[in-house]
Design a protein around this ligand. Sequence first.
Ligand SMILES: Nc1ccn([C@@H]2O[C@H](COP(=O)(O)OP(=O)(O)OP(=O)(O)O)[C@@H](O)[C@H]2O)c(=O)n1
Ligand SMILES: C[C@](O)(CO)[C@H](O)COP(=O)(O)O
Length: 239
Amino acid sequence: MDYVVALPAAGSGKRMGAGKNKLFLTLANKPILIHTLEVFERDPHCTGIFLAVKQEEREYIQSLLNEYIITKVKGLPNGGKERQHSVHACLKVMEDAEIVLVHDAARPFITHSVIRRLVKTAYEKGAAVAGVRAKDTMKKVKNGIIVETVNRDDLWSIQTPQAFRFELLRQAEEDAERTGFLGTDEAMLVERLGHEIHIVESSYENIKITTKEDLIFGEAIIKHRQLNNESNLTNLMDS
Ligand SMILES: Nc1ccn([C@@H]2O[C@H](COP(=O)(O)OP(=O)(O)OP(=O)(O)O)[C@@H](O)[C@H]2O)c(=O)n1
Ligand SMILES: C[C@](O)(CO)[C@H](O)COP(=O)(O)O
């Protein structure tokens, strides 16, 4: 099942404090942005990538796309002040597609298997988001005092990708823009329309690179995956 993807990449990485867009930092000697782009470049079901960028970073990003031979980028619109505006900019330049995925460029460890399940669910039900079950004990706190322990069984940490029928997301985005509503993910915009959104269980490895420690986790995930690949190859050769 085919899809197009909107990748917001126009953030400033304030919490990373690197003094530049965190997506240009490297993991295993490759820019984070390229790790993410390669997932979609290598997925035969992805028919187009729409990347929201900062005007002043466009030239550098274009040079990275050439260097790493990323061929599926069909639009490089200017991003906006907030993440939601950057996603909206992608939708505006997007060709009609049945299914659109929105994915943070800052989540380089997403897998084809999770993408596949999201796209299938969005085809069948209209809207699906990646998430993982909350692992910690969750409490509601006001003014530094615990007011309630929340039942963890009902709580999920929501990630991207988030997959939608194109028309549904466009309607939700337009409604949010018209009313000045700002959400931290696309699901919030679709929830406002009263549409059901399905959860696809993802992986704890699908982290968003946000603060400095995430670079350590990121390097560890890459090493772990490399070791796994090597042992899978050894198993294949042994069998
Ligand atoms: N105006 C914005 C803000 C964010 N993003 C993108 O949205 C994703 C998730 O945002 P976040 O992790 O918050 O990135 P930053 O905004 O860069 O980080 P910070 O909030 O720490 O400044 C990132 O891929 C980021 O580049 C964007 O395209 N446009
Ligand atoms: C969309 C998102 O990745 C879901 O977890 C997240 O809300 C975006 O994070 P931000 O830091 O609020 O931009």
